[in-house]
Ligand binder design. Structure first.
Ligand code: ATP
Ligand code: MN
Ligand code: MN
Length: 299
């Protein structure tokens, strides 16, 4: 039996020196984690997160008084984020443009936490090429109460269908109820092509297996089925980013996994913000998750 060390090992030097106020404020009343715990988590995870989070427009779920109180989904700088949170003008549908936010380093991540951010959501394109998406996400949204085994099987089937058309994909547990199948892409094509591809792929699956899949959001039609949420792939949509904490009970996190690990997963939220050590150790064994140079095929 191993002996417990008397004192915890000293924390590694912080990746950011942005000041966090009210470190003791409890943000997760069910599990007791505080704003300080959240900042420490993001500080430690910054090296893993930034390749997926930096330099793309983000939206934040902010819960300044904790997840049980009012939270808001924020796309723009309210003026208080400071110098580490950067702005990129993006053309709006109705004409004109709005400044969206992005970050480029750990200071940016922590500046968002200081402002009460729990969740980080990202666009499927980069801030320096907003009109050219570079990742496609199939967000599997199971009907209420569906067994997770069915979600896992669906994710694997989608991976196989994608492989059949020459696309490598990766699995991420959302930290909520579903699995995201993530397809990194070399950017070049436009949003129209991106959305059209995603929509037709989801449609083809639901047409082939109408008892398992739906491609429309309607909850009524979801009955014991999985909604393949392809709408994450429209211009302006976002999806939860790898290693983001979720503003849900128990402070679960979104976690990239290897396909061969999926089978042993009992649900989509096996890790939480207290698991930074585990996640850092796991990362060493992830084989290039999320990185592959490939283009959308013509279908
Ligand atoms: P789960 O596995 O539980 O479905 P999820 O992250 O996939 O977790 P969804 O409800 O499927 O959750 O996805 C909702 C998506 O919509 C999020 O990815 C987020 O980026 C986006 N979103 C969330 N809140 C808002 C909002 N208020 N306005 C616009 N988009 C939002
Ligand atoms: Mn989902
Ligand atoms: Mn969804």
């Amino acid at each position: 039996k191993s002996v417990k060390p008397e004192k915890a090992a000293p924390a590694p030097p912080p990746a950011s020196d942005v000041k966090i106020s009210s470190r003791d404020r409890v943000l997760f009343p069910d599990s007791g984690q505080t704003k300080g715990d959240l900042a420490d988590y993001y500080n430690r995870m910054a090296p893993l997160m930034l390749p997926f989070v930096a330099n793309r427009p983000i939206s934040l779920v902010r819960c300044p008084q904790g997840r049980a109180k009012k939270c808001f989904f924020q796309k723009h700088d309210s003026g208080a984020f400071g110098d580490h949170v950067l702005h990129v003008p993006i053309r709006e549908k109705g004409g004109g443009s709005e400044d969206y936010i992005y970050i480029e380093d750990a200071d940016g991540l922590i500046a968002c936490v200081q402002m009460g951010t729990i969740e980080f959501h990202g666009w499927a394109s980069r801030a320096d090429a907003v009109e050219k998406p570079d990742r496609m996400i199939f967000d599997l949204d199971p009907d209420e109460g569906m067994a997770f085994a069915k979600v896992k099987q669906a994710a694997c089937d989608i991976r196989d269908h994608l492989a059949n058309i020459g696309l490598v994909s990766f699995a991420m547990l959302s930290g909520g109820k579903g699995v995201h199948v993530v397809v990194p892409l070399t950017s070049g094509h436009d949003w129209e092509t991106h959305k059209d591809f995603a929509s037709r792929f989801a449609q083809a699956l639901s047409t082939a297996e109408p008892g398992r899949f739906v491609a429309t959001m309607s909850k009524a039609k979801r009955k014991d089925r999985i909604f393949i949420d392809w709408l994450r792939n429209q211009r302006g949509s976002t999806a939860i980013l790898p290693y983001s904490v979720r503003a849900r009970a128990g402070a679960p996190v979104a976690v990239p996994i290897e396909w061969d690990e999926l089978d042993e997963m009992k649900n989509a939220h096996p890790f939480n913000l207290a698991d930074a050590d585990k996640l850092l150790a796991r990362f060493k064994h992830l084989k290039g998750w999320g990185f592959v140079a490939q283009q959308l095929p013509e279908i």
